[in-house]
Design a protein around this ligand. Structure first.
Ligand SMILES: [Zn+2]
Length: 171
């Protein structure tokens, strides 16, 4: 698996290393007993550019509520990891968004996902103008960008998890 690079809606790129994608892939729901998994995206807004880099993610923890078709994070556990990353990086590493899995070949956000994403945009409790959402399906990984000002969500990339030569797709 290669790194993921998506073109952002207003310029700049959204990047995720191959290690992070590989870690997400360990939670792919490729058997019927595997529940949804997820966590938060932690990373940096690169100075003097519009680039965003995901440096780490949280993974399911005790206290999360997991089913085949739902995933609810236990807020405190994930928040603690975020706070530690923020402190250790002297405030450079911040909350960038969220990720979760879907038992679908090509992931599409559910009504509940979109509702939750819009709510996040309305609350605006994140640094910068955008928040990112990743859904890991069985065959592909999708990236969405939520724009705080425009209050809209755009699909900014879809990456094949099976093929070796992955490419970003915009629109
Ligand atoms: Zn979902």
């Amino acid at each position: 698996m290669k790194a993921i690079i998506s073109e952002r809606i207003n310029g700049g790129r959204f990047k995720m290393s191959d290690e992070i994608v590989a870690l997400m892939q360990t939670f792919v729901q490729d058997s019927s007993w595997k529940a949804e998994a997820g966590g938060i995206l932690i990373g940096r807004h690169i100075l003097d550019t519009l680039d965003i880099v995901v440096d780490s993610i949280t993974v399911p923890m005790p206290g999360d509520c997991r089913g085949r078709y739902w995933f609810y994070r236990h807020r405190r556990g994930h928040q603690q990891v975020m706070d530690t990353a923020w402190r250790k990086s002297c405030g450079t590493c911040t909350y960038l968004g969220e990720w979760h899995t879907h038992p679908q070949p090509i992931p599409t956000p559910s009504f509940i996902d979109v509702h939750g994403w819009i709510r996040k945009l309305n609350l605006g409790t994140f640094v910068g103008e955008s928040v990112f959402f990743v859904i890991v399906g069985l065959q592909a990984l999708g990236v969405w960008e939520g724009d705080k000002r425009g209050r809209r969500i755009s699909h900014i990339g879809e990456f094949n998890l099976i093929r070796k030569d992955i490419h970003g797709a915009s629109g």
